[in-house]
Design a protein around this ligand. Sequence first.
Ligand code: FES
Length: 71
Amino acid sequence: MSELLEDDPREVLCSCSGTTRGLIIELVKQGKDLEGISRYSGALSGCGGCEWEIGELVNQLQAEQPKPPKA
Ligand code: FES
């Protein structure tokens, strides 16, 4: 597991919206992509300063999610 995933879930990653690491992890588990996370939480819709870190976190989470079986 990477550092980004091990850090404090209460840490605010987007100060414009107050979105925490824990909320982003939860939203990815629900199947939301970056756009969905932004729409739901308001992250990435202000100054954009959180874009890299949240993008990296979402990429890592999605890489660790079990893939649905192929039809
Ligand atoms: S810190 Fe996330 S949009 Fe500004």
